[in-house]
Design a protein around this ligand. Structure first.
Ligand code: 13P
Ligand code: SF4
Length: 384
């Protein structure tokens, strides 16, 4: 594992990017030497001094698609761990996926683990009289009339073993850019009185179900730390895992009201990991790529309040000087784990690659990858 002082990962360390001409040069030289053998993918939340080196940037769905389509020998994932795992699952055995810093995880993804999800799954099957889609001859087909199943759906922000669990049980992965389509698919496989178990982000699950026309009574939360509320769970179509993103929890309705009080014409777009009240008070919600497009398409002179990670918001503001793009949270809201990808790590990773040394490789064991790819492929097919 590459090891640089953690101090270079602090938010204040953003200034260390300013003295990074030397790092920039080192990365450019190594990239040049690697040529077509290398593809660098950068999530929208990465700092500018990483994004400038990315061959492609995008939200987690786009980056998964790009990894799946890439023929490069080396794919360097500048994002968080679950994204790199998905890239490894979607690429060939001969392709090598690495991360500049393998400690860059996602606190929301860590809120659901396999033992807890498996025990929730078993309790729901036992108590709600539902079938396991894995017992069907073809779980990819809609449920036959009169049959009811529990279909698992995991947000991309989850570990590979959870994606494998979902794939094995006839379920599917979703991202914030395709959640409604994926939930629609899952409901058809659940059957009339079936249920969807959605994890780990309760907010994406709730916001999407509301957007699809479902109400509060159609949803119940599963908190692995608490005793289940079987009355609520029995009546629910969606069982939402009690996970959340601490970055997106920082946004609230008052911030939107304050912006509109100052600028009545301001447009507001937030990520669907925000609370329901925040999404409902906004003009739009969507993935990081949708936020990027919303800003790009807004008329000149627009004032746009954005509820998502600060590096993306600042970059959009700089890219569109004819618009005023502002983060709803004046106190800044960095994703501290995305920020753990520093150009110094990238430089070292690439230089070692040039020397033929592979460090920080992300390898999902075959047995897990074989099931996880079922869930990822179902997602990619739904969107296509
Ligand atoms: P996107 O898929 O919208 O890029 O979201 C990923 C993420 O982690 C948001 O917090
Ligand atoms: Fe995870 Fe939130 Fe960071 Fe996205 S912003 S990677 S959900 S911690």
């Amino acid at each position: 594992m590459l090891s640089l002082p953690l101090a270079s990962c602090t938010v204040e360390g953003a200034n260390s990017d300013a003295d990074s001409d030397e790092l920039r040069q080192r990365i450019r030289v190594a990239r040049e030497k690697l040529g077509d053998r290398l593809m660098i993918l950068g999530h929208h939340y990465q700092r500018d001094s990483i994004i400038e080196h990315a061959d492609e940037t995008g939200d987690s769905f786009l980056l998964a698609e790009m990894a799946a389509a890439s023929k490069a020998e080396h794919i360097v994932f500048c994002g968080v761990h679950f994204m790199a795992e998905s890239a490894d699952i979607l690429t060939g055995d001969e392709q090598i996926v690495t991360m500049p810093n393998v400690r860059a995880g996602c606190s929301m993804a860590d809120m659901a683990d396999l033992p807890d999800v498996a025990s929730c799954w078993n309790e729901l099957l036992d108590n709600c009289g539902l079938g396991d889609p894995a017992t069907r001859e073809d779980p990819d087909l809609p449920a036959p009339d009169g049959e009811s199943y529990l279909v698992p759906v995991t947000y991309m922000n989850s570990s590979a073993d959870l994606k494998a669990f979902v794939g094995h049980h006839g379920g599917v992965v979703c991202t914030s850019s395709n959640a409604a389509g994926v939930l629609g698919w899952a409901l058809e496989r659940a059957g009339k009185d079936g249920k969807v178990l959605f994890f780990p982000d309760q907010h994406l699950g709730r916001n999407t179900a509301l957007q699809m026309g479902y109400g509060d009574d159609d949803m119940a939360v599963w908190n692995p730390m608490l005793a289940p509320d079987w009355q609520a769970l029995a009546g629910a179509t969606f069982v939402l895992w009690h996970g959340y993103c601490s970055v997106h929890q920082r946004f609230n309705v008052e911030q939107i009201e304050e912006l509109r009080a100052m600028h009545p014409d301001a447009l507001v777009i937030v990520h669907p990991e925000c609370d329901r009240e925040v999404v409902e008070a906004s003009d739009a919600s969507g993935s990081t790529e949708m936020i990027r497009k919303f800003v790009a398409d807004a008329p000149t002179g627009s004032i746009i309040g954005v509820g998502t990670e600060i590096h993306l918001v600042k970059r959009l503001d700089a890219q569109y000087p004819d618009k005023y793009v502002v983060c709803l949270d004046a106190g800044l809201c960095p994703c501290s784990t995305m920020y753990m990808i520093h150009p110094a790590y990238l430089a070292e990773l690439l230089e070692r690659m040039v020397e033929g040394e592979v460090v920080n490789r992300i390898v999902v064991p075959k047995q897990i990858a074989d099931d996880a790819i079922l869930a990822l492929d179902r997602m990619l097919a739904i969107v296509a």
